[in-house]
Design a protein around this ligand. Structure first.
Ligand code: SF4
Length: 60
């Protein structure tokens, strides 16, 4: 299982709110593009998954 960013679900027009809820700072965003996850840092806690209103972050 790993965190997958569904870029087609992200409108990519705003600062990603899920970045702030990640306890280990595994999400990074360049400009307003869809966030990218550092798989080596992510602990698969699922917090960002619950927080993203577009369901663009998925643990699968
Ligand atoms: S699953 Fe948890 S650790 Fe991984 S990116 Fe999301 S909030 Fe951060």
């Amino acid at each position: 299982m790993k965190l997958v960013v569904k870029k087609d679900r992200c409108p990519q027009n705003h600062p990603c709110p899920s970045i702030r809820v990640c306890p280990v700072n595994a999400l990074k965003q360049k400009g307003y593009s869809a966030p990218e996850v550092d798989q080596e840092v992510c602990i698969k806690c699922g917090k960002c998954v619950k927080y993203c209103p577009m369901k663009a972050l998925v643990l699968e």
